[in-house]
Design a protein. Sequence first.
Length: 79
Amino acid sequence: MNPDVSHHHQNKDTAPLCTRREAAAYLRLSPRQFSNLVHAGEIPVVRFGAAIRFRRADLEAFIEASTGRAVKPEQGGAH
């Protein structure tokens, strides 16, 4: 097999690019939630003509950037 094209035969879970549906599933988001993030510019896209793909590395960066954004629980809860 030609090493220059071996990336075309990667498992979809390890491929560097994924579809909108795969990216939403990877982030465990609904398609609507994912589309809202894309339209807000929070997740970069890769365009090939009309086709849109998402870099796995960008999804990982989004996860890292989102880590720690949780709302703190109200004071006076369990001790």
